[in-house]
Design a protein around this ligand. Sequence first.
Ligand code: B12
Length: 374
Amino acid sequence: MTATPAPDGAPDAAAVVAAAPVDAGGPVVTDAVRGAFDACLADADEDGARALALELLDRGSGAERVLLELVAPAQFSVGERWAANEWSVAQEHAATYVSEQVVAALAARTRARPATGAVGSVVVTCADGEWHALPARILAEVLRLRGFAVRFLGAHVPAAHLVSYLHQHGPDLVALSCMLPVRLPAAHRTVQAARLTGVPVLAGGAGFGPSGVWARTVGADLYATGAAEAADLLSARWPPPLSGHPALAHLADDEYTRLARSRGDLLRQLTEGLEARFPAMRHYDERQREATVEDLGHLLDFLTAAVFVDDARVLTAFLTATAGILAARDVPPAGLDLAVAGLREPLRDFPRCLGILDAAHRHLADAGHTHPAP
Ligand code: B12
């Protein structure tokens, strides 16, 4: 089924939603509704996207359903399209802006409803350096809809500032979002900040790894995969316990600190080493060179985060994702193996790093992305 276009070419929100079957949670978010919403994101059609979401709400869909079954999956596929080189960064940014406006519109519409009686107070925050605020915002709205008193701090909150905020407002819980594993050291600082004020931390977001394994490593008290799971968990276990203990004894070897401190030097050595081993790089134009240096910087950051939590999977997951992104842009992923190899010499005195680089090489070899020795 396709959406009936409105006179200006945008999907007709009322028609698309009216055609959807209704269950106990209101109109179902069908493929047709999703398709119409995706079309609005693709076209940066803020009005169309908002109209669709509010139409669902007006016809009886709960705001939680609209947020979690329409907005969040659409935003997730925005990333897939960018990764597949179907969408430019600009298109992705425009789509994200539209999603943010839709979340704001849903929040504004539902905020006027009588409060259900707050069951507890939650500060929702992102780790320092984390700019993925939309998933945390969706979590904040879902918690609010479920009756929690929520303060949303947005992206990139330095731990030191959080401490004074927590002292000032005394919430029952900090909900910490981390979408990139490279922010795990910052997430750890946030957990420490909350610990200083005696407030437990609920962690969530893809940065905490499969099943939230690194949430426990950095000492979070609770973990939930998504907003609905978080709301269910908190409703069942309130007040939340203060029970997490960071499992970071391996940091005593100082590899993480030394690695983080020498990022600039390592990036320069890695870039120069690659130029020597891969002469085609010397003919890169400025844009290609910048993109390569940026990718090498990400490689170093993911290695550093892997050393922080002592888990090679931080790096291997990054390599899998990056190999797909490079292949979609006709760049041979085998270059990643060359970069991994190029780090061995500068890091020869870092045994844990070398172990993680070995695992990375084996991972690339298993995927057929190894580079013949130059
Ligand atoms: C939009 C976006 C951005 C926007 C963010 C804008 C904003 N206001 O949020 C911008 C442009 C800033 C951005 C930047 C970057 N991004 Co980005 N981004 C995305 C994108 C497309 C969507 C993220 C999103 O909103 N997802 C939808 C959410 C709503 O779905 P969800 O995750 O299921 O949401 C649930 C959970 O996350 C959970 N949750 C989240 N937080 C919490 C907290 C708690 C306590 C709980 C319980 C649950 C919870 O609850 C949510 C609701 O149920 C993703 C792609 C993707 N597939 O996700 C990439 C993605 C996350 N980005 C990525 C990258 C690499 C980057 C950059 C490094 C790119 C660059 N080269 O600079 C930067 C890093 C910026 C930084 N320092 O943080 C990668 C991460 C890869 C990896 N291995 O980690 C992804 C996966 C894209 C990709 N395919 O490579 N990005």
